[in-house]
Design a protein around this ligand. Structure first.
Ligand code: Q9C
Ligand code: ZN
Length: 316
């Protein structure tokens, strides 16, 4: 299995986030990448690939040019070690700009696009180890540790060659991804996530959000109760796969967040490390080519083992 990543993605390195007015240690740490890469190497995954640079239009056909320019220009004025908090392009207090945020977010988007290109060139499965994550980023806003929506950018790229389904298994609802494809029928969005009445992003991810216009029926949310177990989760995942099968996509993108893990420091499900292999197996029962895109997952000690377990569910 080809694995795409670059250490440029580690250059984004905020120190703190603000929760209810209190500064806390930044959860979306660069060590997440280190944990994943070293576990992959220990488990004999060797096919690592660096991303290449795609035309900016792949990003700016989704993200507004004013937002893109804001990230590009504003980060140039930030000093080493400084963090810039909300402006009108930043939706919350978890998504600061640092000097290298734009560079890392661009690299992350190119990691996603490189994976998508490999899929077009005939790979059956690829893992784009994106960081920063993407699924909360909208047309003109950053949020929830996300700047550019990597999965949406890859989906939009693939959509010129066929029907795309996105399965989002991050703990949080991918408001950004839903938003980009809400009125489109060429990209199906299906998400399993913590009930937004209780958890971030709080304002989207409800069952009645089914899409709009010609996109009606092509957005599907499965909000879940806290502390959900492996077995209950597997049942709902299988139901969600039926939505995907019925759609008959040519490509599948998995927005793979591992903050559903029982010991995740910011979340609240009860999934265990061996169960991620089962999730992988369930998803690999779908036959179309698959691009796995890394989203959340914040238990640094165990994240690498979780990813390895998950990838083992797919054929190498
Ligand atoms: N004190 C992703 O998983 N809320 N984003 C954090 C912790 C923000 C998560 C509160 C969660 C954003 C990609
Ligand atoms: Zn998440």
């Amino acid at each position: 299995m080809k694995i795409i990543y670059t250490d440029i993605q580690k250059k984004h390195n905020p120190i703190y986030e603000i929760y209810d007015g209190v500064k806390e240690s930044y959860a979306e740490k660069k060590e997440r990448i280190t944990s994943i890469v070293s576990a992959l190497k220990e488990n004999n995954y060797t096919d690592f690939i660096s991303p290449h640079h795609f035309p900016l239009s792949n990003i700016t056909s989704l993200h507004h040019i004013a937002y893109f320019n804001f990230l590009s220009n504003r980060t140039k004025k930030i000093k080493e070690g400084e963090e810039l908090y909300p402006s009108y392009f930043i939706m919350d207090t978890y998504t600061p700009l640092t000097k290298y945020t734009f560079e890392a977010a661009m690299a992350s988007a190119n990691v996603a696009l490189t994976g998508a290109e490999l899929i077009l060139n005939g790979e059956k499965i690829c893992y784009s180890l994106c960081r920063p994550p993407g699924h909360h980023a909208e047309e003109r806003s950053s949020g929830g540790y996300c700047y550019f929506n990597n999965a949406a950018i890859a989906a939009n790229y693939l959509s010129s060659q066929g029907r795309v389904a996105i399965l989002d298994i991050d703990y949080h609802h991918g408001n950004g991804t839903q938003h980009f494809f809400y009125e489109r029928n060429d990209v199906l969005y299906v998400s399993l996530h913590a009930d937004p009445n209780l958890k971030f992003p709080y304002n989207s991810g409800f069952v009645d959000e089914i899409g709009k216009g010609k996109g009606e029926g092509f957005n599907k949310n499965y909000p879940l109760p806290l502390n959900i177990s492996n077995i209950e989760y597997a049942n709902i995942l299988k139901r969600a796969l039926k939505d995907i099968r019925d759609y008959k996509p040519n490509f599948l993108i998995v927005s793979a967040g591992f903050d559903t893990y029982e010991k995740d420091p910011i979340a609240g499900f009860a999934l265990t490390i061996p169960f991620y292999k089962e999730i992988g197996q369930i998803i690999s029962s779908l036959t179309m080519p698959k691009l796995i895109i890394q989203e959340g997952g914040y238990n640094i000690d165990d994240l690498g083992r979780i990813v390895v377990s998950f990838l083992k569910g797919f054929i190498k």
